[in-house]
Ligand binder design. Structure first.
Ligand code: 6GU
Length: 223
């Protein structure tokens, strides 16, 4: 899978994709992430990417030309399954969306900024718009990193069997049960006895009950 990210802050992606799973996914050739500096596509001599809004009001608006040029160039090179605008007024990102995106071959994530982008881009280029939560970030960069991480870890071969995405919270609409490791007694804090009973059936039953209990109290909307 290939992810193209369009941003005015390419440096923001140096951290998130250079570690752990996502780094491994890239070095194994399972995922390719390409970062594009939007200013490189500006035809303005000052590399301008935003302008004042028609009708007035506070804040700048990202202009059509640099974004259109970047998307057109990418589209001339390959077919994209989705061209996504990252914006707080997008559709709320969730696990089913991550699952669906993980089946795509090529996607573009465009990071929004300022007051927004010229509406005509939204009408003509983007196949969907995604928000990662009901709060406002300074830009779409962190959100694009979140979506990329959630999608890449689902690609076959990225996770080992033990960390399989099939046992994730959310994949079955249940939060994960509590987990424990050695020592079984830490200064009087003891591990639930059933986990050390060796009775597999009882253990699965306990884990399922804890999952349901946790989901009921924390995320009743999932049930
Ligand atoms: Cl995608 N962008 C911004 N700027 N803020 C957000 C967001 C995206 N998702 C939640 N908040």
């Amino acid at each position: 899978m290939r992810i193209d990210i369009i941003t005015i802050f390419p440096e923001m992606f140096e951290g998130p994709f250079s570690h752990s799973m996502i780094k491994r996914a890239q070095s194994k050739g399972l995922a390719e992430i390409h970062i594009h500096n939007l200013r490189d596509f500006s035809e303005n001599k000052h590399r301008k990417v935003d302008d004042y809004p028609f009708g007035g009001g506070a804040g700048m608006v990202m202009m059509i030309q640099p974004i259109a040029s970047c998307i057109e160039k990418l589209k001339s090179e390959r077919m994209y399954d989705e061209i996504i605008f990252m914006t707080p007024d997008g559709v709320l990102f969730d696990q089913p969306m991550a699952n669906k995106l993980s089946m795509a071959a090529n996607i573009i994530l465009m990071c929004g900024h300022y007051k927004g982008i010229d509406e005509r881009l939204r009408e003509h280029y983007f196949t969907s718009e995604i928000s990662i939560g009901s709060y406002v970030l300074t830009g779409g960069e962190l959100a694009a990193a979140v979506v990329s991480d959630a999608v890449i870890r689902l690609l076959p071969g990225v996770l080992s069997d033990e960390t399989s995405a099939l046992s994730d919270s959310f994949q079955d609409n249940l939060l994960s049960p509590p987990v424990y490791t050695r020592p079984s007694d830490y200064a009087g804090w003891v591990v639930p006895e059933v986990l050390m009973s060796g009775n597999d059936k009882e253990i699965r039953k306990w884990q399922y009950e804890k999952s349901v209990e946790r989901t009921k109290s924390r995320r009743p909307d999932l049930l």
